[in-house]
Design a protein around this ligand. Structure first.
Ligand SMILES: [Zn+2]
Length: 242
């Protein structure tokens, strides 16, 4: 069977190679009904993390739906050959399975987004609880430091100050257990956070980032105060004073 090279969507290893261990050429009826380029799907495994990888195979030479038979013939020979499946006309694309995680709130600064995404990866990872807790905390910490560096104190205190200033809704304060869990860090690493504790902590972090960053951003955008990149918009039109 042919080999295929890919970047793993699970462990993010680059240039991994797997054998195409199984494939299905999408039937003629499905291709003609939609009049799309013929394609096949195939399967392999990542030898870095042993996650299953799904591929969608197309051909640079058989792009018309009417070429289905020639595509099927060519693909089956390529898949059974001993070389890389992309050596000829076949191209492979990893099919990403839908992400069941909480979606990343919009408009996060890159540093905050990186910490949050990294927390999300650890959330689903085996034994990733402590790392996830630390990273959720980091996402909130960076978000506050970037937007309101003048607010000092440990993280729990800073969250309470933000509520006091009306920058977070009062209801956030009622999640006191989460604030305590998030805030108890400071210089210390979280100690043995359980999956049960982590779930509401994740919910708190996501809500925090939406209230603190996403919503104010979208309000300012709607008012025309900032552009899509978050840059202040120069007010060219004369303002009426008085
Ligand atoms: Zn992998």
């Amino acid at each position: 069977m042919a080999q295929v090279t890919f970047d793993c969507p699970h462990c993010h290893s680059k240039n991994m190679t797997t054998t195409v261990t199984g494939f299905v050429v999408v039937p003629y009826e499905a291709i003609t009904a939609q009049q799309i380029a013929p394609f096949a799907v195939g399967f392999g495994a990542c030898s870095g993390c042993w996650s299953p990888i799904g591929f969608r195979f197309t051909s640079t030479e058989h792009k018309e739906w009417s070429e289905h038979v020639r595509f099927a013939d060519y693909f089956q020979r390529a898949a059974k050959a001993e070389h890389n499946i992309t050596a000829g006309f076949i191209r492979a694309k990893v099919v990403h399975t839908p992400n069941t995680n909480a979606t990343v709130p919009d408009h996060l600064p890159p540093t905050v987004e990186k910490a949050f995404k990294s927390a999300e990866r650890n959330y689903v990872a085996e034994d990733g609880e402590d790392a996830a807790a630390m990273l959720y905390r980091r996402a909130i910490d960076i978000a506050i430091r970037e937007k309101h560096p003048e607010i000092k104190g440990n993280l729990a205190l800073r969250i309470e100050k933000l509520v006091g200033l009306g920058l977070l809704p009062p209801s956030m304060k009622s999640w006191s257990d989460q604030i305590r869990l998030i805030g108890n860090g400071g210089a210390h690493e979280p100690e043995g956070v359980t999956k049960e504790e982590l779930k509401p902590m994740r919910g708190f972090t996501e809500a925090f980032l939406r209230y603190f960053i996403t919503i104010p951003f979208e309000v300012a955008l709607a008012r025309g105060e900032i552009d899509e990149r978050g840059m202040p918009v120069q007010q060219n039109s004369p303002t009426v004073s008085g």
